[in-house]
Design a protein around this ligand. Structure first.
Ligand code: SAM
Length: 294
């Protein structure tokens, strides 16, 4: 065999085995991170409490647990939102997008079926209901969401506060287009969709808003960006504001970010429900960190 062909063959074999080893390494890393996540969840299940409000002395937090966390009723508006989301969850329409940030533990692809996007990164129904009930409890007039995707959380938040000034941001145009379609189906006309990178647009948005009543942080799940967005938004927070962070235990970076957020002196109460972290600024509350079974 000529020397050139032999060398090419050897090179191809080396490349193939390198590729194979990288694939094994990535699979192994994914497996370790899933085991880690499962361990963290088991710890949460063992250590979390207050499901029925027992041991809570603050009347405000007790009411929150009773009226939001333990609320069973599903009214007509929420039913309509859930059924619209279920409809889109079955869709196999192909969405082509550019993803920014750390968004998924799954294989990163730039095209996915709509139903799969919802299953992989949309808030599950249980947490959607929680967002809906929490928004109704807080009754916000200004809402900001960072990370619209195809609009699942947007639809729960938006339908709970149809008269609010609600701004939602995502860098992916195709996902945002779908979110607009979903919220239009729910007759929500108060939502401003902004198709930009948080890093370039957040300061601009905050300049035009004098206060933030409710913020949902659900994009770019890394430590530095999460803290940067939090510190930018906290300037517009007031006594009754509520901030929610998704995926607080999703990675070590998010864990570190959540620990820094809840220790901020302006934060009076933090509630960890594993998937999400909720913070309150009410000066009448004593400093407390709850881990609540949800
Ligand atoms: C986890 S998904 C949001 C899911 C959505 N809240 C829902 O429940 O359907 C995160 C989204 O954040 C967006 N994103 C991540 N980093 C971003 C950035 N720096 N600027 C704008 N959008 C970003 C991604 O495009 C992605 O759609």
């Amino acid at each position: 065999m000529p020397k050139n062909r032999k060398n090419k063959k050897i090179n191809r074999r080396i490349n193939l085995s390198l590729f194979h080893n990288i694939k094994i390494f990535l699979k192994f890393r994914l497996m370790i991170s899933r085991i880690n996540y499962a361990l963290k969840y088991s710890k949460y299940v063992l250590l979390s409490k207050h499901k029925k409000g027992h041991g809570i002395h603050s009347p405000f937090i007790f009411k929150l647990i009773k009226d939001v966390f333990n609320k069973k009723e599903v009214g007509a508006t929420l039913k309509k939102t859930i059924s619209a989301n279920k409809f889109y969850k079955k869709s196999d329409e192909l969405i082509v997008f550019n993803d920014l940030g750390a968004g998924s533990k799954f294989k990163v692809k730039n095209n996915l079926r709509l139903g799969n996007i919802i299953k992989q990164s949309g808030v599950p129904q249980r947490y959607g209901k929680l967002l809906f009930d929490l928004v109704q409890f807080v009754n916000p007039t200004t809402i900001l969401e960072l990370g619209t995707s195809v609009g699942i959380s947007t639809s729960y938040i938006g339908s709970a506060a149809p008269n609010s000034k609600f701004t939602t941001v995502d860098a992916s145009k195709s996902k945002l287009d779908k979110a607009q379609e979903i919220t239009k189906r729910l007759d929500l006309s108060n939502i401003q969709f902004i198709n930009e990178d948080f890093d370039t647009v957040l300061d601009k948005i905050l300049l035009e808003i004098n206060k933030l009543d409710f913020v949902f942080f659900d994009g770019n799940h890394k430590k530095e960006p999460t803290l940067k967005y939090f510190y930018a938004c906290i300037d517009k927070a007031h006594n009754d504001s509520v901030f929610i962070f998704d995926d607080i235990h999703w990675s070590q970076e998010m864990e570190t970010a959540w620990n820094e957020i809840k220790r901020n002196p302006k934060v009076r109460v933090s509630i960890d429900i594993f998937r999400m972290g909720i913070i309150f600024f009410r000066s009448e509350l004593s400093y407390q960190h709850y881990v609540i079974k949800f």
